[in-house]
Design a protein around this ligand. Structure first.
Ligand code: FAD
Length: 381
């Protein structure tokens, strides 16, 4: 399918990313899953190829790449494994906050190292007691002179274990009413006293993706680590959620196509009752239905990619894409596993890993229920 936003340059990039991942990621995925982490050496190799934070401006060491680059990199990484998504979070979710709201000094300090893989980033919104209801966060950052003192706990933080700096969603004005007006974004750096990590969490899937708890006990952060203006944190988060949820949709669709492709190869080989599994009409109809839905999803997501690149506000449509494509990924995972028979349930078959990995697409980046809350609200309900 010809992708409308893809230029010759994007096509070239895709080929070089595929070649790089075949050599540097595919052979190691199982090891990374066991270690529950992608090693720093891989980040550095990817950075040398221009695949880490390519959107960063040249003066901070990046290549100033357009969003089409992000799409290609994200799709190709997703086709290898959802478990290396921590790089996507760094590239397309965390770094844009520094780009949009950081001062020149902050950009110099963090972006120059973020593009080389010397600094891995994370964003910490979710807490043990609150996820969907972001305005209810309990982590506080109280100003004392020219510093903020942070206290609280975050959980489910992607890259949490390896991050060198974390954007922490805090209440700088806890009694503020409405609550979201008291929220600010502060950058906490590795080595700051009182900042510790909990364990790497034991997830159902995406094992190579490090996900951790973060603990803040009287962490004294200089006021120059405040991102943007105090009290504007919630608005910054809302502004950036469009790209976060679009990336999630892009990954879901890429994963759907990958699952269809591996299943197609399987049903063309595997035999039962003297026929290929792909010769049964049930298989043909289900495969046809899945490919139809994948194409519809891709077409919609491609439209949103273009509109996002044009700077349009497509929050409503992105919310639709996010829930629909992530639900589709789960539906396709179940059907594709079924076509693999018992082998599909074996860990050494890729479809088993995919089945585990896509389950979380409907939960992170805002749950699918929250996507429907947004859509219904915009319908006047
Ligand atoms: C692998 C993984 C990686 C993650 N990475 C990060 C990260 O890097 N940074 C970060 O900050 N967070 C991260 N998260 C957290 C994630 O964003 C939250 O888990 C998610 O937002 C849901 O919050 P919750 O878990 O507290 O669920 P809850 O908010 O407790 O929701 C529980 C259930 O109630 C439903 N629900 C809640 N409110 C409503 C409503 N108004 N109407 C209808 N239904 C509702 C939800 O949809 C859900 O089904 C990650 C989570 C996972 C699993």
């Amino acid at each position: 399918m010809k992708r409308p936003f893809m230029t010759e340059e994007h096509e070239q990039l895709r080929k070089s990313v595929q070649k790089f991942l075949q050599k540097e990621a595919v052979p190691y995925i199982d090891d990374w899953e066991k270690e529950k982490q992608v090693p720093r050496s891989f980040w550095k190799k990817a950075a040398a190829q221009g695949l880490i934070a390519p959107s960063v401006e040249e003066k901070y060491g990046g290549i100033g790449a357009d969003f089409g680059y992000a799409v290609v990199i994200s799709e190709e990484f997703e086709k290898v494994a959802s478990g290396i998504g921590g790089i996507g979070l760094h590239n397309d979710i965390v770094i844009p906050y520094i780009q949009s709201f950081g001062s020149d000094e902050q950009k110099e300090r963090w972006l120059t190292k973020a593009v080389t893989g010397d600094m891995i980033s994370a964003i910490a919104m979710t807490e043990p007691g609150t996820g969907s209801d972001l305005a209810a966060v309990q982590t506080t950052a109280i100003k004392k002179g020219d510093r903020y003192i942070i206290n609280g706990e975050k959980t489910f933080i992607t890259n949490g274990f390896s991050a060198d700096f974390v954007i922490v969603v805090c209440k700088t004005d806890p009694p503020a009413s409405p609550a979201h007006k008291g929220i600010s974004l502060l950058v906490v750096e590795e080595g700051m006293p009182g900042f510790t990590r909990g364990k790497k969490l034991n997830k159902v899937g995406q094992h190579a993706n490090d996900t951790s708890e973060l603990i803040f006990e009287d962490v004294s952060v200089p006021a120059e680590n405040l991102l943007g203006e105090e009290g504007k944190g919630f608005y910054y988060l809302m502004e950036k959620l469009q790209q976060e949820r679009l990336m999630c949709s892009i990954q879901s669709v890429a994963s759907v196509q990958k699952m269809i492709d591996i299943t197609l190869a399987y049903v063309k080989e595997r035999q039962a009752f003297g026929k290929r599994i792909g010769d049964f009409q049930n298989t043909q109809f289900n495969m046809a239905e899945m490919q139809t839905k994948a194409t519809i999803g891709q077409t919609f997501v491609d439209r949103l990619i273009i509109e996002h690149m044009q700077g349009k506000n497509v929050v409503d449509e992105v919310s639709m894409a996010k829930w629909w494509t992530s639900d589709l990924a789960q539906e396709v995972a179940i059907q594709c596993m079924q076509f693999h028979g018992g082998y599909g349930y074996m860990e050494e078959y890729e479809i088993a890993r995919r089945y585990r990995d896509v389950a979380v697409h409907s939960i992170y980046a805002g749950t699918n229920e929250i996507m429907k809350v947004i859509i219904a609200k915009n319908m006047g309900l």
